[in-house]
Design a protein around this ligand. Structure first.
Ligand SMILES: [Zn+2]
Length: 197
């Protein structure tokens, strides 16, 4: 597959930012600013990066959304009609923003969201393939929470989930190359890399 490169200018330092034609998230390899392609052009995003776990290397960086949100679960009804108490918890999530199969997306999101994170400096390296809009990341988040609730040992019949987003950042995740797969250098989870190398 061949990609046409598009040239956009970093909203922070003016350097050219490169990406694939379908990318909407960009990282400036000159100044480390992250940006999202909006209707009026590139807008700066708060950006952070995570350190690989001990003994692992950052061979390739991939974009994710780091989202903090209040998650309210109400009207959780079990088969038989019993209801659980409502709850609201403040949680942090890391949701891969590049193309992945849903199964990999779910495994990696849950692995990353449940791992203690160490912040790294922003790498001066490319980070391509960011295609997930924030609004779609929130839809994914809802899916993950429902999946998590449905896996509880009780027999869930229905529930209501409300997500109150508090903050979001572009977060760069380190991966190692492993044949046709990528291995997350934080969680060790392997995913199909597809064409997203
Ligand atoms: Zn820049």
């Amino acid at each position: 597959m061949d990609f046409r490169l598009i040239n956009l200018h970093c909203p922070s330092c003016g350097s050219a930012m490169k990406g694939d034609p379908t990318d909407i998230l960009f990282l400036c390899t000159h100044c480390g600013a992250g940006a999202i392609l909006a209707d009026e052009g590139l807008e700066i995003l708060q950006t952070t990066a995570l350190l690989p776990a001990a003994g692992r290397r950052a061979e390739i960086w991939k974009p994710a959304w780091k989202i903090e949100a209040d998650i309210s679960i109400a009207d959780r009804v079990l088969f038989g009609g019993r209801r659980s108490a409502s709850s609201t918890t403040r949680r942090k999530f890391l949701l891969p923003a590049f193309d992945l199969k849903l199964r990999d997306l779910s495994r990696l999101s849950r692995g990353l969201s449940n791992t203690e994170e160490s912040i790294s400096e922003i790498p001066n390296e490319p980070c391509r393939g960011g295609r997930l809009e924030l609004s779609d990341a929130l839809i994914l988040l809802r899916y993950l929470i429902i999946e998590e609730e449905a896996e509880q040992p009780d027999r869930l019949a229905s529930l209501k989930v409300e997500i109150q987003p508090l903050s979001h950042k572009l977060c760069l995740i380190p991966f190692e190359k492993s044949g046709s797969q990528l291995r997350c250098a934080i969680t060790g989870i392997s995913i199909s890399a597809g064409d997203s190398t």
